[in-house]
Design a protein around this ligand. Structure first.
Ligand SMILES: [Zn+2]
Length: 292
């Protein structure tokens, strides 16, 4: 099934012409249902929700975002095609991929995705957006597996400035801001459609840039790697995720990138976040569509 409608909405679409920054391959579009355009209802699902090490229950963190006919993947963990299919997304229809940073848990599935798309017959170029510092690394990763000839994977540089526009289609706008992940350049990402929005912090210490990017967002998916602060690591606790949600005034907080050590104590993780944020909080369920 290509076009299962999952999001609420019916809100007015951004009807700007399709516009993708630098250069400008047209994004692949999911097929329209008969009877006319689908309104840009925003929905998202996590393909994984663990920190760098998966557990039996949770895989490494990535998201798929859908609005109208546009489907974008944010980060690429293990077996992305199988997980997209479990979410009733045809992987061939992906409009774009955003790689927030190049720690393996966020990017190691990219060669497998590209190989699968080649085998599945995709001919439309696949734009992959990443920090400008990571363009060469992603090109090298694909070249390592000799995946640069049969499908045009156009690696697009995103400049590291707050609120930078990553891409815009008639259905969906994506912006990004640099976050704080030690020496690793990284991006937090905001997807908007029809007046709704979801923000993905990616891996970061709690920081003002993510709070600003998430200002007034419908949903914030924030990393919560640790139960207790670890000053040697560039991650957040659940409590700190709650503090960012409060500062940003988001409608709902979903915790992701939860360290495997906490997978058996998720209620405590949620309670820690609730100590700082009074809105709805939960640990994100994997392979479940959420309405933004
Ligand atoms: Zn990570």
């Amino acid at each position: 099934m290509r076009r299962r409608s999952v999001a609420q909405g019916g809100r007015r679409s951004r009807r700007a012409a399709t516009r993708v920054r630098r250069p400008r391959p047209r994004p692949a579009r999911a097929r329209r249902a008969p009877g006319g355009p689908t309104p840009p209802r925003l929905a998202f699902a996590c393909l994984g929700s663990s920190g760098a090490v998966p557990s039996a229950e949770r895989d490494t963190t990535s998201l798929v975002v859908r609005a109208g006919g546009t489907v974008c993947l944010m980060d690429v963990g293990g077996s992305p095609v199988q997980k997209l299919r479990r979410l009733a997304v045809d992987p061939v229809d992906l409009a774009a991929v955003v790689v927030t940073h190049t720690h393996p848990d966020h990017v190691y599935g990219l060669p497998a995705l590209v190989q699968n798309l080649i085998i599945l017959g995709r001919r439309t170029p696949l734009p992959v957006y990443c920090r400008v510092e990571h363009v060469d690394l992603l090109k090298s990763l694909l070249a390592l597996f000799e995946l640069t000839k049969e499908l045009d994977v156009s690696i697009q540089a995103v400049e590291p400035r707050e609120g930078v526009r990553v891409l815009e289609t008639p259905d969906l706008a994506i912006t990004a801001s640099p976050n704080v992940h030690g020496r690793m350049p990284n991006l937090a990402v905001r997807a908007e459609a029809g007046g709704r929005s979801v923000v993905y912090s990616s891996d970061t210490r709690p920081c003002a840039a993510v709070a600003a990017l998430a200002r007034g967002a419908t949903v914030l998916v924030h990393e919560a790697t640790f139960a207790r602060p670890d000053p040697t690591q560039w991650h957040s606790t659940a409590r700190e995720a709650g503090e960012i949600a409060r500062q940003a005034g988001v409608g709902r907080l979903l915790l992701a990138h939860v360290g495997y050590e906490s997978h058996g104590a998720l209620a405590a993780h949620v309670a820690d976040a609730r100590a700082a944020f009074t809105g709805p909080v939960g640990v994100v369920d994997e392979l479940r569509w959420y309405r933004a």
